[in-house]
Design a protein around this ligand. Structure first.
Ligand SMILES: [Fe+2]
Length: 148
């Protein structure tokens, strides 16, 4: 596995989301570096702690943005977030009980989140929001013309 570099294909164009998604890339890279040094198991407590904290504040922010723009797919998106939260909690439980080494599965999980959720569902919201804003701008333009 190798370090992940933030790139334009992860960019949604929604500033707050992009800023916060970079934290997820940072967590991914932290785990990757720990794996390379053979210290992933030792660092797992910190990494899972960061992930739990991150999921809480990031999903709250993202869902707030979606609520504010009356996003039609919000229930499905919230559901996806819930699945990601459950997965992190399950990892934490496994780690706390020291049932198994979870470094590689956590890495795979982060990859899934970055490739499927961000590039998929988060991107869909960003595109929807852009289209919505454009339509609103058009409406405003029409109203302006009508009123003059
Ligand atoms: Fe999301």
């Amino acid at each position: 596995m190798s370090e992940m570099v933030w790139s334009s294909d992860l960019e949604t164009g929604v500033e707050l989301m992009d800023e916060e998604h970079q934290c997820l890339v940072a967590i991914y890279n932290e785990l990757d570096a720990a794996l390379m040094k053979g210290r992933a198991h030792k660092k797992m407590n910190d990494i899972l702690g960061s992930l739990i904290e991150y999921t809480q504040f990031h999903f709250t922010d993202e869902e707030k943005l979606m609520e504010e723009s009356n996003y039609v797919e919000l229930p499905q998106h919230k559901n996806e977030h819930q699945q990601l939260i459950l997965k992190v909690q399950r990892f934490k439980k496994k780690h706390d009980m020291d049932q198994e080494r979870i470094s590689k599965p956590v890495m795979k999980f982060l990859e899934f989140w970055l490739t499927k959720h961000i590039r998929g569902s988060d991107m869909e919201f960003a595109m929807w929001q852009k289209a919505n804003e454009a339509a609103e701008a058009d409406d405003a333009g029409v109203e302006e013309k009508v009123s003059t």
